[in-house]
Design a protein around this ligand. Structure first.
Ligand code: HEC
Ligand code: HEC
Length: 161
């Protein structure tokens, strides 16, 4: 059927376009996250109130926003001196989520508002984030006990009751 032949490349192009625009988490992301050792100053300054989030979870523009807004940080004052802000920002930018995967709209200041995050967690039962052992979607460690090592693989997930 010669008439269907020209359609095939079109169909592939359509599939490719979909896969490029869908907010996806890829295995490559996981490997990259786990390979980035945390800068000691980052570990020190950013793990007092929550996990020191691996830098590959947010694009550079988001990290710049988070670092700019530290005095009003999600209801907390997380201010740091200008030199430390500059040092951490530079390191976060260098290890951020690559721009080609950031089809997430305008830079969110939350990992948990990234399109890929919503997509990966949309099958969890409603209300799960409010369970006592979890409290917030930002509490990655509740379900991903190796989150502090940048490991989020499905096989490493443990759901608290
Ligand atoms: C004084 C406590 C405190 C310190 C210090 C702190 N944070 Fe936070 N951070 C918070 C709180 C509170 C939240 C909101 C958590 C929630 O919604 O459950 C938050 C949330 C975040 C989020 C968004 C999480 C999400 O919902 O996706 C990011 C990113 C973040 N912090 C980065 C940082 C960085 C980078 C540093 C170091 C420069 C830092 N934080 C230091 C208190 C702190
Ligand atoms: C209530 C428990 C829970 C919390 C809290 C949670 N997750 Fe998840 N996460 C899951 C579950 C369950 C899956 C698997 C979803 C699936 O495969 O359908 C998942 C999947 C993922 C994946 C994809 C893993 C893969 O290999 O496909 C990533 C990345 C991820 N989560 C990151 C995070 C980050 C970062 C945080 C914190 C900001 C977080 N999660 C908070 C339960 C949680």
């Amino acid at each position: 059927m010669p008439l269907t032949l020209p359609l095939r490349p079109l169909r592939w192009a359509a599939l490719l376009a979909i896969s490029l625009s869908a907010p996806a988490w890829a295995d490559g992301d996981e490997h990259r996250l786990a390979r980035v050792p945390l800068l000691p100053a980052y570990q020190q300054e950013c793990s007092a109130c929550h996990l020191a989030y691996p830098p590959g979870l947010l694009p550079a523009a988001s990290w710049r926003r988070v670092m700019r807004e530290l005095p009003q940080h999600f209801g907390s004052d997380a201010s740091l001196d200008a030199q430390t802000v500059a040092q951490l920002t530079q390191w976060l930018e260098a290890n951020a989520r690559p721009a080609r995967r950031t089809q997430d709209g305008p830079a969110p200041n939350r990992i948990t508002q990234s399109a890929w995050f919503v997509h990966e967690h949309d099958e969890l039962p409603a209300g799960i984030w409010r369970r006592k052992a979890i409290g917030s979607p930002a509490n990655c460690m509740a379900c991903h006990p190796q989150a502090d090592q940048g490991r989020f693989h499905e096989h490493d997930i443990r759901m608290p009751r």
